[in-house]
Ligand binder design. Structure first.
Ligand code: ADP
Length: 208
């Protein structure tokens, strides 16, 4: 199996990875997958769903093997159904890998072409974003201050080191502060050249 050509959307909880990923995912040639969204779509009465609930309600990460296995199964299902076309689509991953162990487990599935690191220096502003979203979307994990803080702690301890795992020249920083449209503009500046460089784009490639 060829590895999926991938860009990682990276950043702390509340940085806006999901917002950017969802917009980009509507553009032909990009396929967005949020690991948190896949987990949240599970039936909480199923075995995996109850494991997810057990960890996420405390702000903890689901164990690595289970996570990567679930993610790989989901990707393969989407590829089998041709929802994700691995030869045409650049995969944009958000929320995975979440630590170095996951990054290693995923090596056999993905080739990382770039990492867009959404940076927000103001931690309190991001915590405020999370709280607002929790109220709007009825999310259990971000409704409680202590769970949000725990998510941040794990980000700093486990997720941030993922940036050191990959070659530094793959990583670009994008300022996460600003309107979704202006952040999008900067993210596009990074991901469009990668997409253009790796896939045939029949529309843009047609003679004028
Ligand atoms: P969102 O980005 O939509 O806010 P998250 O990515 O924070 O959602 O995911 C919510 C929860 O799902 C996390 O707190 C964690 O329990 C679980 N989760 C999501 N992705 C992973 C992952 N890669 N590894 C382990 N647990 C994960």
């Amino acid at each position: 199996m060829d590895r999926f050509q991938t860009v990682l959307l990276f950043g702390a909880p509340g940085a806006g990875k999901g917002t950017q990923g969802a917009i980009l995912g509507t553009i032909p040639g990009f396929f967005h997958l949020s690991c948190g969204e896949v987990f949240r779509s599970l039936d909480i009465h199923s075995k995996l769903g109850s494991i997810f609930y057990e960890y996420s309600s405390k702000g903890e990460l689901v164990p690595d093997e289970i996570t990567v296995e679930m993610w790989a199964e989901n990707m393969n299902a989407q590829a089998t159904l041709s929802i994700f076309k691995s030869h045409d689509d650049l995969l944009l991953l958000d929320g995975i890998p979440r630590n170095v162990t996951q990054a290693k487990l995923m090596e056999k599935y993905i080739q990382v072409l770039g990492i867009v690191h959404l940076v927000c220096k103001d931690k309190e502003a991001m915590i405020k974003r999370l709280r607002r979203r929790a109220l709007k979307e009825n999310r259990l994990d971000d409704a409680q201050e202590n769970v949000i803080r725990r998510r941040w702690e794990i980000y700093e301890q486990e997720t941030a080191p993922v940036l050191e795992y990959y070659p530094a020249d793959l990583i670009v920083e994008v300022d996460a502060v600003g309107s979704p449209a202006s952040v999008l503009q900067h993210v596009l500046e990074q991901v469009v050249p990668i997409q253009d460089g790796h896939f045939n784009n029949p529309i843009s490639g047609e003679p004028t």
